[in-house]
Design a protein around this ligand. Structure first.
Ligand code: BEZ
Length: 212
């Protein structure tokens, strides 16, 4: 069954390039990103894993652990990681799940038979410290993901978990935000004493509350 926003992220135990991982225990109090790849030794996946390795420090800053997956086994991932280090200039510095028995792929509905009946699609799940699913994305095998966008969403998710605000189209960390639709003006006065700009009664804009 599909994993949907607000669901508890299914827990699992899996073999990875960094040893056996029990997913929820491994996440601890961190945020987490679980993302799947169709297959080892493929070009787009090689660039994606290299890029995630390069920006791992950005995930660390956001208290977020990253973990990859494909339906190939761990020994294959280990061999492939040598190519990734050579061609992408960075060793893979996060665990990769070997899911040859498709246990995790099936749990997260990462195989879409009408696209391909054996390979995982490019899925992304962002999981909060409460283990609830905060974001899902599905890309086809032919399109590499934009991991800068995933960082941007993570910034929005972490901000909106802390403050009763929402983030507008194309928002980036540091830009103005919107007071959540469920917040009355009276409540907003308590929450945001610095004030806001009412563009329309339903569109109330203010500077990002945790920035100067
Ligand atoms: C790739 O990563 O390049 C890829 C993987 C599976 C199918 C097509 C492309």
């Amino acid at each position: 069954m599909a994993v949907r926003l607000g669901d508890t992220a299914p827990d699992f135990t899996a073999e990875t390039t960094q040893g056996t991982i029990k997913f929820h225990e491994w996440l601890g109090d961190s945020w987490g990103i679980l993302f799947s790849h169709p297959k080892d030794f493929t070009p787009v996946c090689t660039t994606e894993l290299g890029y995630v390795a390069k920006i791992k420090g950005e995930f660390d800053k956001r208290n977020t652990k990253v973990i990859g997956l494909s339906v190939d086994p761990v020994d294959s991932h280990v061999k492939w990681e040598a190519d990734i280090a050579e061609t992408q200039g960075t060793p893979v510095n996060f665990p990769m799940i070997g899911d040859a028995d498709r246990k995790v792929s099936d749990l997260y509905d990462m195989i879409h038979p009408n696209a391909n009946d054996t390979l995982t699609v490019r899925s992304v799940y962002i999981v909060g410290p409460d283990k609830k699913v905060k974001l899902t994305l599905t890309y086809p095998a032919s399109t590499g993901r934009n991991f800068d966008e995933i960082l941007r969403v993570l910034d929005s998710l972490q901000l909106t978990a802390q403050f009763k605000v929402a983030t507008p189209a194309n928002w980036k960390d540091g830009q103005d935000v919107i007071i959540g639709a469920s917040v009355s003006d009276d409540e907003a006065k308590q929450l945001f004493p610095q004030g806001w700009n009412t563009v329309k009664p339903y569109l109330r804009v203010l500077p990002q509350p945790n920035k100067k």
